[in-house]
Design a protein around this ligand. Structure first.
Ligand SMILES: Cc1cc2nc3c(=O)[nH]c(=O)nc-3n(C[C@H](O)[C@H](O)[C@H](O)COP(=O)(O)OP(=O)(O)OC[C@H]3O[C@@H](n4cnc5c(N)ncnc54)[C@H](O)[C@@H]3O)c2cc1C
Length: 308
């Protein structure tokens, strides 16, 4: 890439959502630059599930095949770098990267995903995506009927108990301190034979991300093969909020049904816009964004040619 080039579209983030948009845009003869810093949220997971044709395939393999197919379109370029600034210009946007590259584009798509914030519990981060799981639809089948824990409290804990008892009847709820649950909720977990352990957790015992037990601050231990948790998240890329894109209460970039953000010319797709985190939905959001951006550019070009 030349030091300062102009593109129809800058795609920030080149995982499933970004690559999917780039494919739609490449097939629409658009000059596209994908800049990707290479840190997708599922990078620690050995196998990705629940995406047609790629069930059980390592996540990086899905992305590598997608990139290979996208780069068959000659008007699409790819950079391994991180976008650090995006600013609005007269007609479009200019951007810079961590490695000092500069570029401009008519439209920007943020397909930047989210960052999961790991609890401080030693061992948890190592297990994330391997034996500490976020979603039964992605991984529940593989660990069905195993000795499973839920690390949660309050409403979330109650919801997860109701959901996960479908995949295993060997469930224990760990609240890491006093359980904030109503009498009714306690009665329901009791009726489902889900014990509630309120002891404070010291660490997850694990090897290479495979959990074997939870150790508590009182020195006691409980054997475990799988742990589900809902961890907090933040936007992986702060730029959309910095340039004025409205965010939802939950912390996602607000988009309309065409993946258009609230700042003119800015689009977003994938995990950064939705709580439904799956590869298939990220791909779907990217496809919609790619088509919507192309349509907007066509309208702009037609107005330039015909004045209408
Ligand atoms: C542990 C775990 C396991 C999962 N397992 C499954 C599964 O089995 N099946 C399934 O369907 N889904 C699974 N998911 C969900 C799935 O991984 C996500 O829905 C999907 O990765 C979202 O794709 P995305 O493109 O929106 O974001 P991501 O895949 O997170 O990619 C975002 C990309 O943007 C890049 N980026 C961010 N900021 C910048 C910047 N400023 N400049 C350049 N690049 C930037 C990042 O480096 C990253 O490459 C899992 C998620 C987790 C956390």
């Amino acid at each position: 890439m030349q030091q300062h080039s102009h593109f129809d579209v800058l795609v920030v983030g080149g995982s499933y959502a970004g690559l999917s948009a780039a494919m739609a845009l490449g097939r629409s003869l658009r000059k596209v630059l994908i800049v990707d810093s290479g840190l997708p949220c599922n990078r620690q997971t050995p196998h990705s599930h629940n995406f047609l044709t790629q069930d059980g395939v390592p996540p990086a393999q899905i992305a590598a095949l997608a990139l290979k197919q996208v780069l068959r379109y000659n008007s699409v370029e790819h950079l391994r770098d991180r976008v650090v600034t995006v600013s609005q210009q007269d007609k479009g946007f200019s951007a810079t990267t961590a490695e000092g590259r500069r570029m401009s584009a008519g439209r920007v798509l943020f397909a930047t995903g989210v960052k999961d914030i790991m609890p401080a519990t030693p061992g948890f981060a190592e297990c994330w995506g391997i034996s500490a799981l976020h979603c039964p639809y992605c991984h529940g089948y593989e660990v069905r009927n195993r000795k499973t824990g839920i690390l949660a409290n309050g409403e979330t804990a109650y919801e997860l108990c109701r959901l996960l008892q479908h995949w295993t009847d060997q469930l224990t709820l760990f609240t890491d301190g006093p359980a904030a649950m109503s009498e009714e909720q306690r009665a329901m977990t009791g009726a489902l034979n889900i014990p509630i352990v309120e002891k404070n957790i010291e660490e997850l015992q694990q090897q290479a991300g495979r959990i074997s037990a939870i150790r508590f601050k009182d020195g006691s231990c409980e054997d475990l093969e799988v742990l589900y948790a809902r961890v907090p998240f933040e936007q992986h890329c702060p730029i959309p909020a910095q340039i004025g894109c409205a965010m939802t209460e939950q912390g996602h970039i607000e988009v309309d049904f065409l993946q258009k953000a609230t700042v003119e010319g800015v689009f977003a797709a994938g995990d950064n816009t939705t709580p439904f985190r799956t590869v298939s939905l990220a791909v779907s959001g990217g496809t919609v964004a790619g088509a919507a951006i192309n349509k907007e550019l066509i309208e702009e070009e037609l107005a330039g040619k015909t004045g209408a």
